[in-house]
Design a binder for this molecule. Structure first.
Ligand SMILES: *Cc1c(COP(=O)(O)O)cnc(C)c1O
Length: 360
């Protein structure tokens, strides 16, 4: 069976060596040496001043909204994983959906201003599939209207825009290091900012608001990672270049088979300035009917694909109904094909052959 994704696993012996050390120290969590080492390695790798490791990417979104003191309305994208919307609602804010750009599938920056009201406090956009949002247009709108910008950068590890990590844009970027993501710590995430005050606030929030063992500054939550998660991250980070190179090669092989067919691809934003991470391989099919046929045909041949994203988030039952025709249309037709480090060239050939059989 070919799954749609498989976590990257470093050599087992290397992980065992780390766990042996953890056993000897008896220090399992609460900002242990491996968590500190991974944070420091990530800061160097990303060339960013503040990278705080967390237990998942959803807590990262919640801590970002809390640290920036966002209340009221948050302009967001309907085309993302559900955590982007549910975090806004969980924090007591109201998501206002702005439709996506049909080419890049990211929030359409040219439609943001029309959605701003006196209650708007932030823009929370997703770099979908690791493809950059129009970060400069969004920064200009935010500056003009005094809004904060948070990027759900769960897919963005390894993407660089204009020479720097995509995590460096916005007031805060949030990352997910879940096992299915390009870089992972089994479960995990991070908040990233360039702002010293916001970084200090987020450090408090992730550790119950502790300023010392018996003093607190504000209500916090438990966002801590552990030594076991950090050990996995240190090993995966070591192999990052090989992981990114492989993703690119897989993409090129898919493209060779599928270019010029009825399966189209999202466009990389500002390709000249983007060093893309090839995190996923989504295709857009002519109709939902064709999508369901392709999916079923792959499945009877023991290949799993995934409707990612589906449904359009402006249609979930806990948000006020609104219309985002482009996102709603794309959600019915977009399918992610298998993409993981150990996917073999013959497997890609076979997947494409099966897809093409249903495209006619
Ligand atoms: C994976 C993901 C999340 C959630 O991250 P977790 O680490 O699973 O909590 C949020 N947003 C997007 C776009 C994601 O893909």
């Amino acid at each position: 069976m070919i799954p749609v994704t498989k976590p990257y696993l470093p050599p087992h012996a290397d992980y065992t060596a780390y766990t042996r050390d953890i056993w000897e120290r008896g220090w399992l969590t609460n900002n242990g040496p491996l968590v500190q080492q991974l944070e420091s390695s990530l800061r160097s790798y990303l060339d960013l001043p503040y990278v705080q490791l967390l237990n998942n990417g959803t807590i990262a979104l919640q801590i970002a909204l809390k640290a920036l003191d966002i209340q009221g309305e948050v302009i967001t994208t309907p085309f993302s994983y559900v955590a982007t919307t549910s975090s806004i609602v969980w924090e007591g804010c109201k998501p206002i959906f702005v439709d996506i750009d049909a080419a890049t599938l990211n929030i359409d920056a040219s439609k943001i201003e029309a959605a701003i009201t006196p209650r708007t406090q932030a823009i929370l956009a997703t770099h979908v599939y690791g493809n950059p949002c129009d970060v400069e247009a969004i920064a200009a709108i935010a500056a003009k209207h005094h809004l904060k910008v948070i990027y759900d950068a769960a897919h963005a590890f390894g993407t660089r825009y204009k020479g720097q990590s995509l995590f460096g844009y916005g007031h805060v970027s949030t990352a997910s290091f879940h096992a299915t993501k390009l870089f992972h710590t089994i479960e995990g995430g991070a908040v990233i900012t360039r702002d010293t005050d916001v970084a200090a606030k987020m450090a408090l929030l992730r550790n119950f608001g502790h300023t010392s063992p018996y003093t607190f500054n504000g209500a916090g939550i438990n966002g801590k990672s552990s030594e076991f998660h950090a050990a996995m991250g240190l090993l995966v980070l070591k192999d990052m270049q090989a992981i990114l190179d492989k993703r690119k090669a897989i993409t090129q092989q898919y493209d060779t088979h599928l270019a010029g067919t009825a399966a189209t691809r999202p466009q990389v934003f500002d390709e000249e300035h983007t060093d893309y991470n090839h995190a996923y391989y989504p295709i857009i099919l002519p109709s939902e009917e064709v999508l369901l046929e392709v999916m079923a045909h792959l499945e009877v041949n023991n290949i799993l694909s995934r409707r990612y994203f589906y449904p359009s988030l402006n249609t979930v039952n806990y948000v006020e109904p609104s219309s985002c025709p482009i996102s709603e249309d794309i959600c019915t037709r977009v399918l992610c094909l298998p993409m993981y480090h150990l996917l073999a060239p013959e497997e890609i050939d076979n997947i494409c052959k099966l897809v093409l059989e249903k495209l006619g």
